[in-house]
Design a protein around this ligand. Structure first.
Ligand code: ADP
Ligand code: MG
Length: 370
C-alpha cells in the first residue's frame, strides 16, 4: 500500500520553554512508496513517534491529510485503517503461550470477519515460521529472550496481514548482538511479505543498514529523504551530515577564498564556488589520506587499530570537536608512528562545505552547474 502524507502538521497543546506550542510534525509531505522499507530517523523528540501515531490514527493531525492508496483516511478510526504496529515495549500477554499471543488478533475478529479455527491455526503457523519461532509455540513470554519476544510481537502484528507495518524503535530493548540479528530478520521479513514498512529509530546506523529510503527529521521538520548512501554522500545541511555516519563527520572552521578552502592558514583543497568567507568544513573520516604532500596538518594523538579499521586520532585548533578521527589504510600509518604531526591529503568528494549561519550546503561550481 502506498501512504501519502499531505502537509501533515501536528501541534500539541503543551508548551516549549519559550512559551510557544510544540510543533511535533511540521508540514510533512511525502509519498511513501509501496512495498519499501522506510527508515524514519532523527534525534529523540524530533517527532518520529508522532508521525507513526498520525499514520495509524492514534493521533489526529492539526492540519493536512493522510491517504492510503489514494483514499483519504484522515478521519478513519485506527481499528479500521488496517495497519500493524509494533512498539519498543512489545507488551505480550504474559499468561498466553506464543501460539495464543499470535492468534489473539484473529480471535478478536467478529461477525463476517470471523475465521474458522483451522484457518486461524494455519495463519499462526505461517507467521511463526516467518519470524522463526515455530519451535517455541507452547512457551510463555517469560520463557523467551528479548529478541524472541520481539519476534512474537512482530508475528502478532502481521497475522492480520496489515496493509502497512509501523515499527517504533522496535529494537531498542535488545542488546547489541541481538539488535544486529533482529534488524537483519526485519529486513528479511519485510522482503518476504512485501509489506510497506516504516521503521522508526534514533540510531542512524540501524536505519542506514536496512532501509530502502531514509527520512531524516529534525525538530518536527523533514530535512532530507533519499537512499541511505545518497543522503550520506550528499547531505543538504550540516545537521544531516552530522547525524549520519560513525565515526561522525569532522567539522572545521574554514574560509573560502582564492578558489580554495583554507583551514588554519593552509590551502586545504581547491574549491571553486560563488561564495567566500567563513564556512563550516565537514570532512568524513574516510576522506583523509596520510601523505607527505598533505594539505592539512594535524597534531597526532594516537593510532587506533580496531578490527579491520585503523583510525588516526589527531587534533587541530580549528576543528570544532576535541579530536579528529580519520579512518585510513593500515599500511599508510607505518611512516607516522611516533611522529608529532600528520599531513593529510583530502578526497574532494568527502569534503562538504556548509554556510555558517544557515547550515545549508555550499556546493562547488562544478556540481552546481549540473
Ligand atoms: P520522537 O518519537 O522523535 O522522540 P515524539 O513524536 O514522541 O518524538 O515527540 C515530538 C514532540 O512532541 C516532543 O517535543 C514531545 O514532547 C511532544 N509530544 C509528543 N506527544 C505529545 C503529547 N501527547 N502531548 C504533548 N506533547 C507531546
Ligand atoms: Mg518516539
Amino acid at each position: 500500500m502506498k501512504i501519502t502524507l499531505q502537509n501533515l502538521t501536528k501541534i500539541f497543546k503543551s508548551k516549549n520553554k519559550d512559551g510557544t506550542l510544540v510543533t511535533a510534525v511540521d508540514n510533512f509531505s511525502y509519498d511513501i512508496p509501496e512495498g519499501k522499507l522506510i527508515g524514519l530517523l532523527g534525534p529523540s523528540g524530533c517527532g518520529k513517534s508522532t508521525v507513526l501515531n498520525l499514520i495509524c490514527g492514534l493521533e489526529k493531525p492539526t492540519s493536512g491529510r493522510i491517504l492510503f492508496d489514494g483514499e483519504d483516511v484522515t478521519d478513519v478510526e485506527p481499528e479500521h485503517r488496517g495497519v500493524g504496529l509494533v512498539f519498543q515495549n512489545y507488551a505480550l500477554y504474559p499468561h498466553l503461550t506464543v501460539r495464543n499471543n499470535i492468534m489473539f488478533p484473529l480471535k478478536n475478529l467478529r461477525g463476517k470477519d470471523k475465521l474458522p479455527k483451522e484457518v486461524m491455526e494455519e495463519k499462526v503457523r505461517e507467521m511463526a515460521k516467518l519470524v522463526q519461532i515455530d519451535g517455541l509455540m507452547e512457551r510463555r513470554p517469560s520463557e523467551l529472550s528479548g529478541g524472541q519476544q520481539q519476534r512474537v510481537a512482530i508475528a502478532r502484528s502481521l497475522v492480520k496481514m496489515p496493509k502497512a507495518l509501523l515499527l517504533d524503535e522496535p529494537l531498542s530493548n535488545l542488546d547489541a548482538r541481538l539488535r544486529l540479528q533482529t534488524r537483519e530478520e526485519l529486513r528479511r521479513i519485510q522482503r518476504e511479505t512485501g509489506i510497506t514498512t516504516i521503521f522508526v529509530t534514533h540510531d542512524q546506523e540501524e536505519a542506514m543498514s536496512i532501509s530502502d529510503y531514509i527520512i531524516v527529521m529534525n525538530s518536527g521538520a523533514v530535512n532530507q529523504i533519499g537512499e541511505p548512501q545518497q543522503v550520506y554522500d550528499d547531505p543538504v545541511n550540516i545537521f544531516v551530515a552530522k547525524f549520519l555516519g560513525t565515526p561522525a563527520i569532522n567539522v572545521f572552521n574554514g574560509e573560502l577564498k582564492d578558489g580554495a578552502i583554507y583551514i588554519g592558514g593552509e590551502r586545504a583543497l581547491d574549491f571553486e564556488c560563488r561564495k567566500s568567507g567563513e564556512v563550516d568544513v565537514g570532512i568524513r573520516p574516510e576522506g583523509f589520506t596520510v601523505s607527505d604532500k598533505g594539505t592539512l596538518h594535524c597534531a597526532l594523538e594516537r593510532i587506533e587499530v580496531m578490527g579491520r579499521d585503523t583510525s588516526i586520532v589527531a587534533k587541530h585548533p580549528d576543528c570544532q570537536s576535541a579530536v579528529i578521527r580519520a579512518v585510513v589504510d593500515a599500511q599508510t600509518v607505518k611512516g607516522i608512528i611516533g611522529a608529532e604531526t600528520v599531513g593529510f591529503e583530502l578526497k574532494p568528494f568527502k569534503v562538504l562545505v556548509f554556510d555558517k549561519e544557515t547550515g545549508e550546503r555550499i556546493r562547488p561550481l562544478s556540481e552546481a552547474a549540473v
